[in-house]
Write a protein that binds this ligand. Structure first.
Ligand code: HEM
Length: 154
């Protein structure tokens, strides 16, 4: 995987991301829960990975589970902390360094982090008006999530 140093975002990319973050913030909990629901729907193996997930239920039904909500919140917190200053994410390292080890211990395959990024992108696109979406934004988001993935997996 690329190093953080080679993954800097431009000022333009940082402000494109912030434009979308402003759209997400008023319903942020809903946004991250939609991300986690979509992630579980598209990757049913996650029902075996999350100890709290009940395979006899749908991802939508799992949404009311407190552990679903807390994991969604955890994901949301890390994402928002990182998004506001993508080139300065290293300052979160002390807090995040144990996260990667914890996910490895829980046998979370690294490729699932990439799948989660796809869900984030889909949910962002759903919320940002078509007129405000662009290829540049997509590129900025992919880069942003790449940076976040390095932070939580290494
Ligand atoms: C940016 C991405 C992610 C962040 C920031 C994150 C954060 C966390 C945190 C803080 C915990 C501790 C308990 C909690 O808050 O619920 C946790 C637990 C866990 N995470 Fe993640 N996570 C991420 C992605 C993933 C992915 C993609 C999976 C794949 C299935 C995953 C699976 C788990 C499992 C199995 C646990 C332990 C069991 C549990 O407490 O639910 N996480 N995660």
């Amino acid at each position: 995987m690329a190093t953080l140093e080679s993954m800097q975002v431009s000022e333009e990319q940082q402000s494109l991301i912030m434009e979308d973050v402003q759209v997400l913030l008023p319903n942020y909990d809903d946004f991250v829960e939609d991300v986690l629901q979509q992630f579980m729907e598209e990757n049913p193996e996650t029902f075996q990975i999350f100890p709290w997930a009940d395979a006899s239920k749908t991802a939508k039904e799992m949404r009311s589970h407190p552990r679903f909500k807390s994991h969604a919140k955890s994901i949301g917190k890390v994402i928002s902390d990182c998004l506001v200053d993508l080139n300065g994410v290293k300052k979160h390292e002390p807090k995040l360094s144990s996260l990667g080890a914890m996910h490895t211990k829980k046998k979370v395959p690294t490729e699932l982090f990439g799948k989660l990024g796809g869900c984030i992108l889909t949910q962002v696109v759903k919320r940002v008006s078509e007129a405000k979406w662009s290829e540049e934004k997509k590129e900025a988001w992919l880069k942003a999530y790449g940076i976040i993935t390095v932070m939580v997996t290494e």
